[in-house]
Design a protein around this ligand. Structure first.
Ligand code: GCW
Length: 674
């Protein structure tokens, strides 16, 4: 599994192989840069796989080559004129692949576009798309497409389930591990153009010369692949590193410290991307410590990196457990009034939902609510709350739901996807970040199928409107094989996996009923421990009569943070989508739902359905034995066994626990708890 989706399997069909071969024999790549070298290398790696080492590509400057790769200005004059309209549509990182008179042209505005175009071409070959007549124009719809690593300098990974951090700080800067290069190739192949390499729970040490030298080595290794390095900034770094008495963002000495620091960083990394900041949340220092706003904090850092073209990604995951206000409304309450107060090189990074990467949350109400402040998405690719390393769940399905959600900000159709693209409100910066699921495990992601989440993340960051069914098909073909049965069965599992997981973990809008601190497995009984909001009872509030969190006007009124259309749709427990019922409402156990079942029965039936779904997934996979290599087959099969057991564990413990309140028997079709 180390090769991810870049397996470049040999052709299964001799005829198809013969039709592709000419494009690999004589290739013309115009230009000369590190990125151009990387393009040639990748074609060589791919050809070695496709043609089982039988043919080696030859690169020569030859306008008659069957595969021609070059930037717009190097396109021959006669074609320039004929292709004027298409060429003018290619944006900075975009590309156009055009088949003409038996030749294939990969054209970009920049070398980076050519690199993406090359991967686009190789993907077509990997998915066995006929090349004769092939044409595609691709421009990214989002500018900043980032992985966020929550990696600590001691190589532990916060919420990482795939081993340790791949950054070996001890061996850096002198040793550049092959894994960094393969990581960069994988990222470039899906259009990721930035990585924040350190945890948002930040260690100021990364800003010292010793570590900047190491970060520079990573940046140098990633640059040819079009990937910029970003660092997390600990807000009180001036105090920690240089004994300043304060980190007040309005204090001139603090401002000067950050300006100097930015200059120092750019001395090491001239194209440093900027800072990612978690402030005033879960023990992290921030502007609140000095009575300042999030905007004042962000702007100070923005001023520091501005002269060098850097940006600040300021996280909206800000809440204070000591305030009695419903935790999920705090970020909106705090950021909404600051709309328009951020510098132009600040983008606010918002999690997909208002709580914390739960299996299912409604979209974050800040999306659509900040017309004058660019917002970017933060998805979690690592599955902190979704079974961690052993559960198979296709996260793209969840992301699709969020991206398609309508904010109604500028009328119907103002989807989260459009907000992110700056199409609802004109944003000067656009971005999507994903918390990486990568570690030192030989297959990178722990669960072999979690590679699909990394892959799909990149694809959706490039085009948030992309079809996730198609993404899954491509991933399966490139990662495993072309066999139609295998594709159908595997894709069937993937496309159903998300609703199945939600049903056995948190049906009907239940949330944060996981075990304490590690967040693995059920824990609806969790209480105490000094943090009320980290207890399950804070969220589900089960009593003998009812269950759920009232977020309507009669309760915390978090519902009012959404558009009136949603207030209407979600405001009534009889008509709200059952997916969000207990997120917004407190509902009596014998309340009759639109399904005709009482709340209690529906809950029990959904947990049961979730378990049956997990068993179905295992049953489907088992049929594929012998189709792929035994290693990956077995790995997934044994994880599915764990997934089924844990689905039963979730069902039984949640139902037994909640039954103490409901006092009702389980419906007949629900298995008796073990
Ligand atoms: O999801 C929660 C995690 C924390 C994390 C925090 C955050 C990095 O439990 O481990 O800290 O969110 O997003 O800041």
């Amino acid at each position: 599994g180390y090769k991810l989706w870049l397996q470049y399997y040999p052709f299964e069909n001799a005829e198809h192989e013969a039709s592709c071969l000419p494009y690999f024999l004589k290739i013309s790549v115009v230009g000369n840069s590190q990125t151009i070298s990387v393009i040639k290398e990748e074609i060589e790696i791919a050809a070695e796989g496709f043609f089982a080492k039988k043919h080696k590509p030859e690169f020569q400057q030859n306008p008659d080559a069957r595969l021609w790769i070059g930037t717009i200005e190097s396109v021959p004059a006669n074609l320039q004129a004929a292709w004027k309209s298409e060429l003018s549509q290619i944006t900075e990182e975009g590309y156009w692949i055009k088949s003409q008179a038996g030749r294939l042209y990969i054209i970009g505005k920049t070398d980076k576009g050519l690199l993406y175009g090359t991967f686009g071409f190789l993907k077509a070959v990997q998915t066995r798309t006929p090349l004769d007549g092939f044409e595609i124009l691709e421009n990214p719809k989002i500018q900043l497409r980032l992985l966020n690593h929550w990696d600590n300098l001691n190589r532990t990974v916060e919420r990482g389930y795939a081993g340790f951090s791949i950054w070996n700080w001890h061996r850096l800067p002198k040793h550049i591990d092959q894994q960094y290069i393969d990581y960069a190739r994988a990222n470039a192949s899906i259009g990721i153009n930035g990585v924040s390499v350190t945890n948002v729970n930040a260690n100021a040490l990364v800003l010292t010369p010793e570590y900047l030298e190491k970060a520079k080595a990573l940046a140098d290794a990633f640059r040819p692949y079009g990937i910029k390095v970003y660092l997390t900034a600990r807000f009180n770094a001036p105090m920690i590193l240089d004994n300043l008495p304060t980190a007040d963002p309005l204090h001139p000495a603090v401002q000067q410290w950050w300006k100097n620091k930015a200059k120092e960083i750019y001395g090491y990394i001239p194209d440093f991307g900027g800072f990612l900041v978690k402030a005033d949340s879960e023990g992290q220092p921030g502007p609140h410590n000095y009575g300042r706003t999030q905007a004042e904090g962000a702007n100070m850092l923005a001023e520091a990196v501005k002269p060098f073209g850097g940006i600040v990604m300021w996280r909206a995951f800000v809440y204070n457990e000591k305030t009695p206000t419903d935790r999920i409304r705090q970020a909106y309450d705090e950021f909404k009034p600051l709309d328009g107060k951020f510098r132009e090189n600040v983008i606010v990074q918002v999690k997909n939902g208002p709580l914390d990467f739960q299996p299912r949350e409604p979209f974050h109400p800040l999306f659509g609510a900040m017309p004058k402040t660019p917002l970017m998405m933060e998805f979690q690719i690592t599955k902190e709350y979704l079974g961690q390393d052993t559960h198979w769940v296709n996260l793209a399905s969840m992301w699709r739901e969020i991206l398609d959600a309508d904010t109604y900000a500028e009328g119907k159709g103002s989807t989260v996807s459009k907000v992110l693209q700056g199409k609802v409100h004109p944003y000067s910066l656009t971005g999507i970040a994903g918390v990486a699921n990568i570690g030192t495990d030989r297959n990178w992601t722990g669960h072999p199928t979690a590679q699909a989440d990394w892959y799909a993340f990149g694809k959706l960051a490039w085009n948030p409107d992309a079809d996730v069914d198609r993404i899954a098909t491509d991933w399966i073909k490139m990662t495993f094989m072309q066999d139609q049965d295998f594709i159908n069965t595997t894709k069937g599992i993937m496309m159903k996996s998300y609703p199945i997981l939600v049903e056995y973990m948190t049906p009907l809008g239940l949330h944060h009923i996981m075990a304490r601190s590690h967040h693995w497995g059920p824990g609806p009984w969790v209480t105490g421990g000094g943090r009320e909001d980290w207890t399950a009872t804070y969220y589900h509030r089960a009593t003998k009569d009812s269950i759920g969190f009232d977020r309507t006007a009669g309760g915390s009124n978090a519902l009012a943070q959404y558009a009136p259309e949603w207030e209407k749709a979600w405001g009534n427990p009889s008509t709200i989508s059952l997916d969000y019922l207990l997120w917004f409402h407190r509902v009596p156990w014998d309340f009759e739902l639109s399904t005709g079942n009482t709340l209690w029965n529906e809950m029990a039936l959904r947990y049961q359905r979730g378990v049956e779904g997990a068993r179905w997934m295992e049953g489907q996979w088992i049929q594929l034995e012998g189709k792929i290599d035994p290693e990956r087959y077995q790995h997934i099969a044994s994880f599915l066994r764990i997934q089924v057991e844990e689905a039963v564990w979730w069902r039984d413990s949640c139902l037994l626990y909640f039954q103490q309140f409901s006092g009702k028997p389980l419906p007949q079709s629900v298995e008796k708890p073990l």
